[in-house]
Design a protein around this ligand. Structure first.
Ligand code: HEC
Length: 148
């Protein structure tokens, strides 16, 4: 009886652990998507100004750039082992080529950090150029590691 009980308890424990892992993967996916949503929102605002679809406001542009630069440090921890499947557009290659993925993330961080600096000067032309560089860094990773 004792044995049956301990097996039963072990079973419950395993089920809970699996549940916790599934929960965690789901949370990790939501976390990284949320981070990218904030990045995308702010990036979109700068892109709209750069394209003349929204009036240029130096302060707003600088604020957008500051938020993107800060947020760019956050996505990596959301790419946890086991979170390659689920409601995600992340390609499984990320987990096989983590060094290259990290390098692409580093590159993007460098470009958006540079963008934040340029944006603070209020030089719109220079900021537009740097926004283009940053955009290339986003695209380089999306092309390789994100499903459409
Ligand atoms: C190192 C790789 C990498 C870089 C660099 C990168 N992204 Fe992404 N991005 C991803 C991946 C992977 C996803 C899919 C995440 C998922 O669905 O789990 C994604 C998703 C997104 C999404 C969709 C979020 C959602 O779920 O609604 C937006 C918006 C986005 N990225 C914007 C950007 C912008 C803007 C940049 C550049 C400033 C950027 N990303 C740079 C890898 C990257």
């Amino acid at each position: 009886m004792k044995r049956v009980l301990s097996l039963l308890l072990a079973g419950i424990f395993v089920t809970c652990a699996q549940y916790a892992m599934a929960q965690k993967a789901e949370d990790a996916i939501k976390y990284r998507q949320g981070v990218f949503k904030v990045i995308g929102w702010n990036f979109g605002s700068m892109a709209a100004m750069a394209k003349g679809k929204k009036p240029y406001d130096a302060e707003e542009f600088a604020r957008n750039a500051e938020i993107v630069a800060f947020m760019s440090k956050l996505p990596l921890e959301g790419f946890t082992p086991g979170s390659e499947t689920g409601d995600t557009k992340a390609k499984p290659e990320i987990w096989l080529e983590m060094d290259d993925f990290k390098a692409k993330l580093d590159k993007m961080q460098q470009e958006v950090t540079a963008l934040e600096k340029v944006a603070r000067t209020g030089n719109f032309d220079a900021a537009k150029d740097q926004l283009g560089e940053a955009g290339q860094a986003c695209k380089a990773c999306h092309d390789k590691y994100r499903n459409k």
